[in-house]
Design a protein around this ligand. Sequence first.
Ligand code: C2E
Ligand code: CA
Ligand code: CA
Length: 468
Amino acid sequence: MPSLRPRDWRLPRRHRAPSSPVEDSKPLRELDLAGHDALRDDLTGLANRKALHRRLEEALTEPDARAALLLLDVDAFKDVNDTLGHDAGDLVLRQVARRLEHVALEADLLARVGGDEFAVLLTGEQADEASAVGRRLRGLLEAPLEVEGLGLRLGTNIGIALAPRHAADATGLARRADVAMHLAKTHRTSIEIYSPDRDRHSPARLALTAELHAALESGQLEVHYQPQADVRTGAVRGAEALVRWRHPEHGLMPPAAFLPLAERAGLMGPLALHVIEDAVGQCAAWRASGRELTVAVNLSVTNLMDPDLPAEVAALLSEAGLPPRLLELEITEELVMADAVGPIGVLHELKELGVRLSLDDFGTGYSSMAYLKHLAVDALKIDRSFVRDMADSHEDAAIVRSIVALAHALDLEVVAEGVATQRAWFAVRDAGCDVAQGFHLGRPMAAEGFRTWLDAQGAESPQSGCAS
Ligand code: C2E
Ligand code: CA
Ligand code: CA
């Protein structure tokens, strides 16, 4: 069996654990990486967590110390271990280590700090340099790794924390890099720099989380409605329900400011029911006034993990007396990524109730076309990043046209999101989209404002150039 010992000679000198015993009193910087096996990761030969901590403490005691800590984890590493076995997993980690060494020359220390987690310490560096190194690290791992004859393509998530800006001590800095790394993972942004207001442990975030519970009870969570129209005739077709938090001090907060909190606080279930209840109530009221419109509600993956959801949706529909076909539930490609059986079952049950399903933000995720049928969706919502530029970009226009062709071949309706200008409206119409939604037609409005807006419709269609 080949030795698990890494080939030390390939490591730049200071990232290597010296083979001879060392005097403990010397600072790490001068010793290269100090001491014996206790500070070395056996599998990769890199410094280990303990060595990183020591070096960090040391670096941060220097006057006016500036440092950046990059924490990197290998996406889907667990899958490699589970499917190919631990030997293959070890091989992957060693190859990752070898690649990371290419940036090690710029770094003060390169360490493996956990199963599939690596850290790079840059001293004297700040945000821009750290981000540039982060991008280089990602780049280094982009090319497939050769494992058992397979070319494995692994993603990475990188979190960056800066000293003294985010923390002045080793433990604080490591924790903040970890928070940033998890953000990079959940938001699929690949690289994130720590930001206190997105840290669920920061005092401000904790206070906000506590308030969110109360906000749900006291009706501070409002549902706004953004109109959707038939892109050819301009006739209003329905609306998307979008949640907001009318916070007594911070004012009207967008969903991005509190949905991650709700997710972590386990409040996504009650939040979704609150939005659905409001939405079906409004939709029933529009209908009673002679307007048969659809209403769309966003669901998170967490919502679809709840086996009680279909029954709860059915109860809300029947309380409001609304035909299920007028409710549309929007899911994202995240669900496809989650690849779990539970959510698919819940989706099928929802579908059986007769509600419509649509796939939101289409084009930004990883959906394979096969999933489109499997998920039994009725519509695709083309992400606004494509729509925004299609009037000026041949590529984006071509992408939109091919999504439309595919969707129509599968009998799916196509909704273009983020149609913000008249030019965009014409562009999505010419590309064959069925429905348009965006600031050009109307912004999200509180329920009452939406009703007033509806009443004013008819005289003018968006093609004739209504203002945004
Ligand atoms: P989304 O589902 O993609 O919703 C559309 C977002 O695009 C909305 O942002 C809307 O205000 C914005 N938008 C619409 N038209 C335009 C346009 O022409 N230009 C630009 N620049 N933006 C436009 P909003 O309301 O901030 O919502 C953000 C996201 O939060 C939503 O993205 C959705 O993923 C999530 N969200 C909102 N409400 C809920 C909810 O009740 N439950 C869940 N789970 N997620 C929600
Ligand atoms: Ca949506
Ligand atoms: Ca969307």
